[in-house]
Design a protein around this ligand. Structure first.
Ligand code: I3P
Length: 126
């Protein structure tokens, strides 16, 4: 049966393509592997789709789930030292997942940094 999510969770604040690399899962380091991801920010979470937006939407109809990141208590910081690329920031979740996000285009990465930081700052820390 369908569960209707609270309206808050349906509110998309920002979406677009960025380069993404997950570098830790539950505190365990992963081998860095950059790929393009369709990213959707809503008030409490970030979702990463491996595919294009169009492909993601059609996959959703078949119950395919994107990787979801809980922003409650998460940290965001610039991570110059974690990559040879420019414009990289890191998100660390309470559960110990670490993601790097990157764009070559300065204003795009700045917009994303501030949008995600604002979302985190509005949420309870625990
Ligand atoms: C990694 C790959 C990444 C690179 C990373 C390399 O090699 O080249 O793009 O990260 O550097 O280890 P491999 O594909 O063999 O795993 P950046 O592009 O972010 O620099 P790192 O080990 O210094 O993180």
């Amino acid at each position: 049966k369908d569960v209707i999510p609270p309206l808050e969770q349906l509110m998309v604040e920002k979406e677009g393509y960025l380069q993404k690399a997950k570098i830790a899962d539950g505190g365990k380091k992963l081998r860095k592997n950059w790929s393009t991801s369709w990213i959707v920010l809503s008030s409490q979470k970030l979702e990463f789709y491996k595919e294009s937006k169009q492909q993601a939407l059609s996959n959703m109809k078949t119950g395919h789930k994107p990787e979801s990141v809980d922003l409650c208590g998460a940290h965001i910081e610039w991570a110059k030292e974690k990559s040879s690329r420019k414009n990289v920031f890191q998100i660390t979740t309470v559960s110990g997942n670490e993601f790097l996000l990157q764009s070559d285009i300065d204003f795009i990465i700045l917009d994303w940094f501030h949008a995600i930081k604002n979302a985190i700052d509005r949420l309870p820390k625990d």
